[in-house]
Every structure is written in C-alpha cells, then in structure tokens.
Write a protein that binds this ligand. Sequence first.
Ligand code: EPU
Length: 337
Amino acid sequence: MHIEQDISLKPYNTFGIDVHAKHFVSVSDIEALKAVLKLEAYPNKLILGGGSNMLLTKDFDGLVIHINLRGIDIISKDHQSAIVKAKAGENWHEFVLWCLENGFGGVENLSLIPGNVGTAPIQNIGAYGVELKDTFVSCEAMSVETQTLKTFTKEACNFGYRNSIFKQEEKGKYIITSVIFKLSSQKHQLSTNYGAITSELEKMGVGSPTIQDISKAVIAIRESKLPNPNEIGNSGSFFKNPVISKALFNELLQNFEDIPSYPASDTQVKVPAGWLIEKAGFKGKRFGDYGVHKNQALVLVNYGNAKGSDILKLSKLIQKTVKRLFNISMEAEVNIL
Ligand code: EPU
C-alpha cells in the first residue's frame, strides 16, 4: 500500500478544482481496501470514485481513498439476457461502450454520463427516460466500520429520483465495490420516447434504431448541450429538478405561461431547474473563471482555476434568486465537501 502526501485532487474531480489531500491512496483490490479502512492513524477518510458528483470547496486534512477496483465479467448469458458484474472503479461510459460492443442492451440511454460504475447507484443516475435502477440487480458494498462485504438487492437500495439508501440512511457507511446488471442480449427494449432522442434519430436518418444508434443519438444530444468535463470542468446537473405542489404551479402559470412541468404525483409536479435558472437570468453568465453553462443552465462550470467556494457562492445566489422569483427551493444534486 502506497500512501502519498499532499496530492492535488484536480485530476480526481470532474469540476477540476485544485484542492489538496493531506494523504492519498489508490486501492485496486478488496484486500487493500480492507487494510486501508483499518488504518487507525488516519481517522479522517474520504472515499473518491469518479469524482463526478462533488464540489470540493477546501483542502482535505485526512486520507483520500481512491477506488480503483477494475474488471467487467459476464456471469451468465442466454438468448434473452446477460448478467454482468462490473467493479466499482470502472468508468461508467467505458462500461456502456463495453455493453454495446458485446451487444448487451439497457444502458445505451445512459451513454456519456460522467462518473464510475460504483458511484452510479448512489444517486441512481438517469437520462433520456432510463435510470440505473432499470438494469440494476444488486451491488456489493464494504462496511466502512467493520470491513465486511454486504449485498444490497435492488429493493434494499430503495431507489428514487437521483436517490438511494446510500444517500439516505446508509450515507457514508458503505463503499460500493461492484455492481451486477441484468442486460438484454437480444430483442432489446428500446427507450426512444424522450423527444430529443426521436428528433436526433430522425436527423441521423435512422428508421429502426439499434442500441448503438441510440447511444450515438444520446452522445450527440449530450455533446450539443453539456460541456465535456475534459474541456470545461463541471459536474453535470448541479441542482435536482424541484418537485412542487400543483397549487404553487398553477399560481406560477398566471405569470409564466410557458413554465414546463412533468407529473410527479397526484398533487405535485416536477419543474426543470434549468428553465428556472434561465428565467432568473443566469444562463451563460460568466464570472471570471466560473459561471453557468451557455447551453444548459443546470450546469455550473469551471473555465480554468475557479475555486470550489466561488462555485458554491454562485450556487447559493442562484438558489436565493429562484426562491425570490418563484418561491421554489432548489436542492443541490452534487455533494459539497
Ligand atoms: N431548459 C431550459 N433552459 C435550460 C435548460 C433546460 O429552459 O438552460 C428546459 C428545457 O427546454 C426543457 C426542460 O428544461 O423544457 C428540461 O431540459 P432537459 O430535457 O435538457 O433536461 P433537464 O431536466 O435539464 C435532466 C437531468 C439530466 C439528464 C436530462 C435528460 C436532472 C437534474 N437532470 O435534465 O441529467 O441528462 O434530464 O434526461 O434530472 C445529470 O444529472 O448530470 C444530468 C445531466
């Protein structure tokens, strides 16, 4: 085990924030992870996966554990489905590409989402009508306290919109080490209902799409709207789309007749945070090295050397303005550390 000192976390978070970790270790197998968690000399530990859903606002005065468990295996396969196990440190998009190469369907709509396999279940990643939970069977996770491995079934994970047990009662208690998926091996059930996918496929001239076509369409949509974290630091959607009462929504309709919404429950609707932020005048606004993306107001960006604390300040200003204009509280989707 090689523990390094005073390491910049810039390469380890997609926002590209240059904070430092006092101590840093990368683990590539279960035994190493167990051993590191047992180290009493470092009581303060931070687990880092793909670093795609966090805003680092200050140096970390402890041990950062980078999860680098790798490998994808086909557990079983028949003429309908394939059971696949991927280790937590695999890059999510590379996993999607691997599935496509093997002809396995179910995750193509989730192409190009930043992050790793092991962090995907924590917030039940989702895009274009599909969520991680749709193909998820179970995951294996190590207890931070006892270093024992436990299997969490889909039911046990209690998935919701950008939510799971790992963001609620088990928050910070487990490290996901691998995930098992059930994918289709033939007769793929395609999810093309999402408006933008249909029009993108038309643009591509595709009549009866394959899973590869859908992935290409999703990649084209995402590339046109969302900044590539390798070029402009970002963490995808910074806020969740807020769920509000129908009563408040009807009130807002009086003043904003073009406000979009999606049904959430009998009494509630979900409103796109991107629309609220755009209406509040923040879309494309740049403040030196940080700002709001020009094509998607839901995404806050780091153009170079922004500080996490600056981006946090901007996010609070956006929340305050949206609250004042629409009486809606927006919750951050990213974890702030
Ligand atoms: N909109 C605006 N202005 C903007 C952005 C969006 O008015 O700047 C409006 C759009 O016109 C549309 C609505 O908001 O009417 C929804 O926009 P879009 O379809 O782009 O989706 P979203 O609600 O902004 C969600 C996810 C994305 C996911 C897309 C596609 C959340 C918080 N975000 O965004 O997830 O890719 O749907 O399914 O649920 C992520 O989590 O990092 C992420 C990118």
